[in-house]
Design a protein around this ligand. Structure first.
Ligand code: SAM
Length: 282
């Protein structure tokens, strides 16, 4: 792993049910950093408490200390996964940062003469990859030769993405898109919408940790990568390492779309800025 995390403040979060000591919090910071590359700042004690105390309750643990000790002394893969799932932040929306989807229309048209591979690598609950799939269908039609790989470290949100069921009033969907790309629930499913099969068939879902050493599992190089609003949780050395790996997983001239507050101009040896938060792989 990269740099050692700076020490957290020694404030303990004490609530009625459990106590999160500063030592417990420090241990949690180290573990999530080692496993997921996520840098938790000192001000995140309350968030950690509320998310992990749920897991303590579910597993019948009496304290954070007991839970962490069990995890470190032979915790199962599934419990480590639960630990990670608890600590990821999954905020997303359909057509979030809409300007990217306007740019994508042009990029899809420019590359349409050959099969394309797109990777959405912090896909959360699926709104982002389905927005990509809608843009592909609207731009290139049902015969588009586009393969969309969609991944996330969090297996729970990935299951939601794969199910493709959302609240009917989900943010970011125009009435026209709702009609064209979704089926409306009836009877006990009123108030919900489900993506149509022509959208989901474009997408392959898989769990993938950006800290993984096994990037060859991702297959052939990608033309377009969406890596939005995940690098903000990583420190600079981790961001650089991930950028190098994304670079290796892309075709020369491929396009990397990043989140609105993410800036990688210091890695111009790998990616050159091509538009608003869109980089071209060197
Ligand atoms: C704030 S959401 C961003 C969702 C979407 N990309 C967007 O911009 O709307 C961040 C996502 O990154 C995922 N994530 C965090 N660490 C990760 C890692 N090491 N590898 C892969 N995904 C990770 C989280 O599980 C979460 O779903």
């Amino acid at each position: 792993m990269n740099a050692t995390l700076p020490p957290a403040s020694s404030v303990a979060v004490a609530e009625a049910e459990f106590t999160l000591s500063s030592a417990d919090f420090e241990r949690i910071r180290q573990l999530i950093y080692q496993r997921a590359g996520i840098s938790l700042h000192a001000g995140k004690q309350a968030m950690v408490y509320s998310r992990l105390s749920r897991r303590l309750r579910e597993t019948g643990q009496r304290s954070f200390g007991d839970y962490l000790q069990g995890l470190e002394r032979g915790g199962s893969d599934s419990e480590w996964q639960e630990f990670i799932n608890c600590l990821t932040t999954n905020l997303t929306a359909f057509f979030r940062e809409e300007h990217h989807f306007h740019a994508l229309v042009e990029d899809l048209r420019a590359r349409a003469s050959r099969p394309m591979r797109i990777w959405c690598n912090a896909a959360s609950t699926g709104e982002e990859p389905y927005s990509l799939a809608m843009t592909v269908l609207e731009t290139l039609g049902v015969s588009a030769q586009v393969k969309l790989v969609c991944s996330d470290i969090d297996t729970k949100v990935l299951a939601t993405a794969q199910r493709g069921v959302y609240a009917a009033d989900a943010r970011g969907l125009s009435p026209e898109r709702l009609r064209r790309h979704f089926m409306r629930g009836t009877a006990q499913n009123v108030g919900f919408i489900r993506v149509k099969p022509e959208l989901s068939r474009l997408i392959e879902f898989r769990a993938f940790n950006l800290m993984s050493a096994n990037w060859s599992a991702l297959g052939e190089p990608y033309d377009i990568v969406f890596c939005r609003n995940v690098m903000i949780y990583f420190d600079n050395p981790t961001q650089r390492k991930v950028l190098e790996r994304i670079h290796a997983a892309m075709k020369p001239g491929g396009l990397l779309y990043v989140g609105h507050s993410e800036n990688f101009t210091e890695s111009r040896d790998l990616f050159r800025l091509r538009g608003k938060t869109v980089y071209e792989r060197v």
